[in-house]
Design a protein around this ligand. Structure first.
Ligand code: NAD
Length: 328
């Protein structure tokens, strides 16, 4: 079979769905989008794309997914926000089966390029104790002390990608994403991340007229958040480049969780009483992306302002919540 298919693994998920949309916009095809979820749970599903439901933890399913593939984006993982990854370490680590079996199947199928979505959770925890952190550089992943469970799986899978490249010649590329957000993603149910969770809580307070919000931790922990369009651009740029080492793809616009809430309050046009839940999962104290390397390699870095991206995300979650309330 001719190897010309672009395969998006995790295509029913948040980033995967946006990636399929973007590939279609560019006229790239044929595209195969694969996810374990039944179609009614996919965030985005398109005509003209080969949509397939498969459990990519299974080797035979990976062989099927890789048939005729030339470019593979592995965005499939059992994951979620802090609340999910701190309480589901074994499940997070089992995603190792997805990347391992995909790499093995990609090798057999003669895949040319293989992208792997790693995470800022691979970085050494001891470098993230201070909220005033300037930024994590790529070398800060070693000596290894990643986020327990999820981060260890990501770090191990990064190295699988390295060795499949070195030993078998598959052009593996690895991005360390820093908190990606946007519409068409998880906003409730326990797997949502801070930007979506804050939008949902502010909208719920606004709709109910009960002007209070629960914040996990003391709100002083810092992060950066990357709008999904920047993520797509960086992902494709890296995949088709000659750069072989893991690289940060993240925004360097650092904010505290309190500042994130300020932004969403101002979009909603309300002020809320803040109740801090100090025993809730809150992750590391400080995390930001150092973009020196991506600037040097690509002359580019994610730059969509947080306020702009949050306006789009808020509007989408607002519509979801209103239409859900109407259908009840
Ligand atoms: P997501 O949960 O929306 O998408 C992941 C998709 O993978 C889901 O649709 C899920 O059903 C699918 N999946 C899980 N197990 C599978 C299996 N066995 N077989 C087939 N499909 C399976 O998450 P996302 O935010 O789109 O993240 C995509 C990738 O980027 C993941 O690898 C994630 O770890 C990584 N990442 C995301 C962020 C972020 O902030 N969103 C940050 C760092 C890294």
């Amino acid at each position: 079979m001719k190897n010309n298919v672009t395969v998006v693994c995790g295509g029913g998920g948040f980033i995967g769905g946006h990636l399929v949309a973007d590939l279609r916009r560019q006229g790239i095809g044929p595209i195969r989008s694969v996810d374990i979820k039944t179609f009614d749970h996919w965030y985005q599903k398109f005509d003209g794309v080969e949509n397939v439901v498969l459990d990519l933890g299974d080797k035979a399913a990976c062989d099927q997914a890789m048939q005729g593939a030339s470019v593979v984006y592995n965005l499939a993982a059992d994951m979620g926000g802090m609340g999910f990854i701190e309480n589901n370490k074994a499940l997070c680590m089992l995603s190792v089966l997805i990347n391992t079996h995909l790499l093995m199947a990609a090798k057999t199928a003669g895949v040319d390029r293989f992208f792997y979505a790693s995470s800022a959770c691979v970085y050494n925890g001891s470098k993230q104790t201070d909220p005033s952190i300037t930024g994590l550089k790529e070398e800060d992943a070693y000596p290894a002390l990643p986020e327990d469970g999820y981060g260890w799986e990501k770090l191990f899978s990064e190295r699988m990608c390295r060795h499949f490249r070195e030993d078998y010649g598959i052009k593996t590329r690895v991005a360390r994403y820093h908190n990606v957000y946007g519409p068409e993603g998880t906003w409730d149910g326990g797997r949502e991340k801070a930007p979506a969770a804050v939008c949902r809580k502010v909208i719920a307070a606004k709709l109910a007229g009960k002007h209070e919000i629960e914040i996990w931790g003391d709100g002083n922990q810092t992060r950066s958040f990357m709008y999904v369009d920047d993520c797509l651009k960086g992902t494709q740029m890296l995949t088709h480049s000659d750069y072989v080492e893991p690289i940060n793809i993240g925004s360097s616009e650092k904010v505290s969780i309190n500042q994130l809430v300020d932004i969403v309050e101002s979009i909603a046009g309300i002020k809320l009483k803040r109740n801090y839940k100090l025993d809730a999962p809150k992750g590391v104290n400080g995390r930001n992306s150092d973009n020196t390397l991506i600037q040097k390699v690509f002359g580019w870095e994610p730059s969509i302002p947080l306020r702009t991206g949050m306006e789009r995300t808020y509007a989408w979650i607002y519509d979801q919540m209103v239409s859900q309330a109407k259908s009840k």
